[in-house]
Write a protein that binds this ligand. Structure first.
Ligand SMILES: [Zn+2]
Ligand SMILES: [Zn+2]
Length: 169
């Protein structure tokens, strides 16, 4: 969904229908469940506030199984026109996220995608207390109890042992 900045009236513009946005995410496993956004214009700045809800599939950081994540993200973004040269950017040090728009157009879908990605957990887990993969055999310890030793043999120790066997007695 593209919103043209001159089309944002004095009362602002609301986006409340996820379906009306069309496909938002490039990843087809991601789904936008809810959107409540308000766009307001202040000169050339556009403020986007509200909230989005999405269902996103991530990979568990421990066992590498796909793990669905429900994401709710509060949106508070200031959009400014993209400057012709990078060194003219002057960003006010405030709490707002600042992003750019080009040619008087705001791609609401792209903004939602960015904000969703930012709201994802850095280290996703399929569940609290996931046991992860066995470092020795690579088996998923949530599913199988392998008989591997807890720790793989220390490679430094192996070197010492090797050395010991070669030393003259
Ligand atoms: Zn896991
Ligand atoms: Zn194992």
């Amino acid at each position: 969904m593209i919103v043209r900045v001159p089309d944002i009236g004095s009362e602002g513009l609301s986006v409340t229908e996820a379906a009306a946005l069309g496909p938002v995410y490039r990843d087809p496993t991601w789904r936008l469940d809810g959107v409540r956004l308000h766009l307001e214009r202040d000169g050339i700045d556009v403020f986007v506030t509200g909230e989005i809800r999405a269902a996103v599939s991530q990979v568990c950081g421990r066992c590498l199984e796909p793990s669905p994540v429900e994401v709710t993200a509060a949106i508070d973004v200031r959009l400014v026109p993209r400057p012709a040269t990078a060194d003219t950017v002057e960003l006010a040090p405030d709490d707002l996220d600042v992003d750019f728009y080009k040619k008087d157009e705001i791609d609401v879908g792209a903004l939602i995608e960015t904000e969703t990605a930012l709201a994802l957990p850095m280290k996703p887990l399929c569940r609290e207390g996931c046991l992860g993969l066995c470092p020795v055999c690579g088996g998923n310890r949530n599913l199988v109890q392998c008989t591997c030793q807890q720790r793989p043999p220390d490679p430094r120790l192996a070197v010492l042992k090797d050395l010991a066997t070669r030393l003259p007695r």
